[in-house]
Design a protein around this ligand. Sequence first.
Ligand SMILES: Cc1cc2nc3c(=O)[nH]c(=O)nc-3n(C[C@H](O)[C@H](O)[C@H](O)COP(=O)(O)OP(=O)(O)OC[C@H]3O[C@@H](n4cnc5c(N)ncnc54)[C@H](O)[C@@H]3O)c2cc1C
Length: 378
Amino acid sequence: MDFSWSTDQEALYERGLAFARNELGGGPGKDGGLQRATWSKLGGFGYLGLSVPTAHGGLGLDALTTVRMVEALGKGCADTGLVFSACAHLFACVMPIVESGTETQQRELLPRLCSGELIAANAISESGAGSDVFSLKTRASRDGRDYVLDGEKGWVTNGPTADVYLVYAVTKPGAGFLGISAFLVSRDTPGLTVGSPFKKMGLTGSPISPIYLEGCRVPESRRLGKEGQGSAVFRRSMQWERACLFGSYVGLMERTLEKCITFASQRVQGGKPIGKYQAISHRIADMKQRLEAARLLLYRACWKLDRKEDAMLEVALAKVAVSEAAIQSGLDAVQIHGGSGYVEEGGVEQLLRDAVPSTIFSGTSEIQRDIIASRLGL
Ligand SMILES: Cc1cc2nc3c(=O)[nH]c(=O)nc-3n(C[C@H](O)[C@H](O)[C@H](O)COP(=O)(O)OP(=O)(O)OC[C@H]3O[C@@H](n4cnc5c(N)ncnc54)[C@H](O)[C@@H]3O)c2cc1C
């Protein structure tokens, strides 16, 4: 077992971290739209195609190096919403095209998705189908060489600005896992409309909205994978997302920890820095322990993905560990910073608000625990 990174991986990480710190503005964006200029910068560096083969315009990294790079992005970029949007684009939309797209789909879309020319959004969840994706109501009915899509999707990250939507719809009602198909729907397709962006408690730089499909005609050539393979495409995309996207929360936790150590060393109460009180120093020690434990689980999950082995258990363990550690880390940071941690001006409460949804998206903690339990034979 080798816990070290290669010289090339180290150098790439340092470049990614410097880029994230210096080139991405260092502040949360505004709700309602991604900045195209910033998106192009992410593409220019290679962040939108980390795990995409070089032949398609990506950096061609394995999952382990990819997660390390996402960690650099999460640590360096203060706008965790932007990081989340970039990861949702790459892992839930671009990777499915890499793994299941036709040559034409790959040629037409991948270079532009990697360069930052296009923004992608993943649309599966509906108001009545969240954790239970098999109760989707959106239908795709065959009509000659087209499909006609009808339905609505509830929470579509990047929805307000996306150019292409990966939409999951039922092609064979009652067939469960095999009844769902995936479609690449362009924003300008008649019958597709984008709803108003939601306001949310965190990840403010990541716009999210519903989308509506009404008689939305999509050619067969835009189906991703075979008919009935949508669930498999989605499941695989969630493996990428639950593993690699969560590198951003490892990076966020590292940034939070550093902020807490600095504050605890400088803030003097009762004649000494608060970090000299065991109540504070042990809380920080626990933050470090939780971060490192979660990080190792995440690396192991990515290592297994790279070996092309079944990684359902490892990915679920990592997802729960990273997301729950990130929320605890945000709570600890607020507590350590006292009143200045609670007010917006301190820049600390935002760390907590950005962490809270991580136990909900990409499959809730409860669903991950179900996966873990089922892998244990329960
Ligand atoms: C910031 C953010 C971004 C998102 N981005 C996207 C996106 O880009 N595309 C997209 O399609 N969706 C997106 N979602 C939606 C997300 O995938 C769903 O919110 C998530 O799958 C949970 O579904 P739900 O909200 O309907 O909750 P529900 O499934 O209704 O769950 C409510 C509660 O019940 C629990 N629960 C449900 N079923 C079970 C069960 N069988 N056993 C035990 N407990 C259960 C859940 O764990 C949860 O605690 C996003 C959500 C958030 C918060």
